[in-house]
Design a protein around this ligand. Structure first.
Ligand code: G
Ligand code: G
Ligand code: MN
Ligand code: NA
Length: 266
């Protein structure tokens, strides 16, 4: 069996689905949004992890249709959940959900080089009829290695479409602070390798505190990834981290479970 051949078919036949991991506003305790994570249920092989198929998609160029599919799916999900919430809240039953959550989609560095990302994003938000700021794109520092000027231009064009932007896995890559200062990034996502055991590890705790101060100086919000205990969540809230994501709140959820989670967060 070949991942590449089967992945081409999987994208056409809709064997892929997006799961959604809640991202919490640490101050209010409400859901701020969800990170969309691709899942592949292969008819014979069963579950295949994105850790295995995303690299193949990147090498083969299939990341372009896969990335477009993910953006479109995420935008349609926002439209679907919005209309379910609006419909429910017209009635007299207790209100559910809230109107301004975001869904974020991971963007691979190769997509930036090979696809017209602005065109793809425009198609998605236009088809779904949702405002650009509801869709967040997560990119990693590696996107700046091959073409820093092109990537900066792309981010500025996305921002002029009102798209929300996050820097993913921050702290693990090539952190050029001079470049970071120029980027129209809304959120810095602190990599989970620093967060998960910051309780037992003074150095990791210091790294997280430093990233939080840096983000504050640059007027960016922050998301800590990989929060697995309530103690770490509380500590991060006290340190001024804006958002939190991790198994302590929820793992990535199927679409209907994610909608339930949102409904319960009024
Ligand atoms: O849940 P987790 O095992 O899902 O994800 C593993 C990795 O796969 C993460 O680094 C995540 O960023 C990446 N990933 C998941 N879905 C997508 C996607 O739709 N596009 C890209 N480019 N990466 C994804
Ligand atoms: O690389 P990126 O940050 O896009 O990928 C997120 C990855 O982290 C996904 O594989 C997701 O399933 C995983 N993840 C999310 N929350 C936790 C957590 O609390 N602990 C661990 N170990 N992994 C997590
Ligand atoms: Mn991510
Ligand atoms: Na990450």
């Amino acid at each position: 069996f070949s991942i590449e051949t089967d992945l081409r078919r999987a994208i056409e036949k809709e064997e892929l689905e997006l799961h959604y991991q809640p991202i919490m506003d640490l101050k209010s305790g409400r859901v701020n949004g969800f990170e969309a994570l691709a899942r592949w249920i292969h008819p014979e092989q069963g579950f295949i992890s994105p850790v295995d198929f995303i690299p193949v998609a990147e090498e083969s160029g299939l990341i372009v249709p896969l990335g477009r599919w993910a953006m479109y799916q995420a935008a349609m999900t926002i439209a679907d959940w919005d209309s379910q919430i609006a419909f429910h809240n017209m009635g007299s039953a207790p209100k559910i959900g809230h109107a301004d959550y975001k869904i974020s989609v991971n963007l691979s560095a190769i997509q930036i080089l090979r696809d017209d990302v602005v065109g793809a994003v425009r198609d998605s938000i236009f088809s779904a009829g949702v405002d650009g700021h509801r869709l967040m794109l997560e990119l990693t520092e590696s996107a700046f290695i091959d073409d820093p000027d092109g990537t900066l231009k792309l981010l500025n064009r996305l921002k002029s479409e009102n798209i929300s932007l996050a820097m993913d896995d921050f702290g693990t890559g090539y952190s050029n602070l001079a470049v970071l200062q120029k980027l129209p990034i809304d959120v810095l996502k602190i990599d989970r390798s620093f967060v998960t055991d910051m309780g037992q590890d003074k150095e990791k705790n210091a790294i997280v505190s430093t990233i939080l101060s840096l983000a504050k100086a640059l007027d960016m919000q922050t998301t800590a990834e990989g929060i697995e205990t309530s103690n770490i969540g509380c500590a991060l809230k006290l340190l001024g981290c804006t958002f939190g994501q991790g198994y302590h709140y929820a793992k990535p959820l199927k679409s209907d479970e994610a909608f339930q989670f949102l409904s319960n967060s009024f």
